[in-house]
Design a binder for this molecule. Sequence first.
Ligand SMILES: Cc1cc2nc3c(=O)[nH]c(=O)nc-3n(C[C@H](O)[C@H](O)[C@H](O)COP(=O)(O)OP(=O)(O)OC[C@H]3O[C@@H](n4cnc5c(N)ncnc54)[C@H](O)[C@@H]3O)c2cc1C
Length: 507
Amino acid sequence: MLAAEYSDVIVVGSGPCGAIAARTLVHLGVQVTMMDAGNPVRGLVMRAGGHTIVQWRDGATLRNDRHVATGDPNTSWYSSPASGGLSNHWSAAVLRMSPEEFINGEALDERFRWPITYDDLAPYYDLVEETLAPSGGPPSRGLPASKITHPVVVPNDWSETIRCASDRNYGMGVLPMALGKRWMAASRPPAFNSYHSVVRPMLGHPRFTLLRNAVAVRIDHGSGDASLEYLDRATGELRVLRSRAIVVAAGALDSAALLLRSTSPDFPTGLGNSGGLVGKYLHDHPRQWFNATLARPMTLLSHPLYIAPAQRCDSNPMAASILTLHSPRRLSGNALLNRLDIRTKAEALIARRSDTLSVQTFATMIPQEECCVRLMKEPGPRDDPMNDTLEINLHFDQSTPKVLAKARDRFADALDAGGVRAMPIGPFEEPRPGLSAHYGGTVRMHDDPSFGVLDRWNRVHDAPNVIVCDSSCFTTGPAKHPTLTAMAIAARAASKLARDLGAATQA
Ligand SMILES: Cc1cc2nc3c(=O)[nH]c(=O)nc-3n(C[C@H](O)[C@H](O)[C@H](O)COP(=O)(O)OP(=O)(O)OC[C@H]3O[C@@H](n4cnc5c(N)ncnc54)[C@H](O)[C@@H]3O)c2cc1C
């Protein structure tokens, strides 16, 4: 093993959360070494007049072979051990959670009380949106205003539907998405991916170092400094990096696994795991796609719309869902054409109409202690965590089909309120855990250490110079795409860390 190197702060992971945390720290005068398990991903994106014409990414970097499912046997776990993580493969929908979504859980159980509020995050939502430069529209009920960079023009018939549905209190609008500039051609995966958009511009900065192909194996937490053992995958060497603080943002499952691997005499079952909570309360959104027929043809949507979660009116304040409305996908026998989906895009471009719509629902699940991620075996000192198999116990409960059926009814009611009769067409696919790839909860935040691993600044209660700031910190899983909120939390945690380290503000 080589002698230890030193950095003020180590950031593990270059996905959206690690990237924004690292950039915040560097801007606030902190010296950062980021390590990532992989390399940049190849891709191509072309946009014309606000329409994505071509989008290709190297799918080989998306893995679903790193786990054994012990709950629902159909559980998936998608990870991307590459620079930029899952943002190489994401759809880039970036919705703010509403103030109520942070407090709905506490009415059900103390365990579901978030230690932060919407107002705590609002300035960081603003900051992150400046980076994401979303395309979108005005706010509506259930979706707070975003900082929209590229306003989307909605076809007239749909804009009338949105207006009428919103008048009847169905929050409906343009889905905010980080799709890039209106005109662009670039050799990268999606227009916004955290490697090309955030990390690469920092390369060469005197306070920033990126270690590629470097896998964090174990954190050794001391009372002053913390050190991290990592595997240099190019040479097979195990190395050590010392620092004042470590920021873990490796994705909800890999972050938990890293803490569980970090055993020591002080933490015999894993770093921060004195309460036995690391890895537990894993959640994902039950997801369902369905088609619907419309009583009259409507203009094909070149940019998706959304219908926000219903107002709280249920006995279960956490039973909610969001719907997104898309042009119907037409699949051909050619996999490449399906991937590019050129025919649908071309038809949307020339404003053709259709009496069919594709709709996606994301619903909530109530986090359960038994849903968890665990290490399958005691790790050997030289084992590459990217080749380890994790045990994932995840399942939805009996209420899920009811929540999804209610979502379909709400879709039909909202469109009806907007003047369009719509009929969802069955049979409806069974939701499968992990398909949304909206994992969270495994290193949860709570003011009370008996209910959470992290405090309100994402510091491990037992080891405050270790910060975990990805969606693993979510106390509950509100029915919104999680990444924007996770990035805002990461920016907030990093700002606090920089203040705590006494770093000088960037000149
Ligand atoms: C098909 C698809 C579509 C999606 N669409 C959306 C969407 O529209 N909106 C939305 O909000 N979310 C979406 N998501 C989810 C979104 O991609 C993730 O929420 C987001 O990328 C998580 O960011 P992260 O930084 O926490 O982790 P990740 O993006 O998972 O990145 C983790 C990083 O950590 C690195 N890493 C892991 N372990 C180690 C280790 N031990 N040592 C060193 N490095 C390590 C990995 O290499 C990776 O770079 C989608 C996901 C998929 C798969």
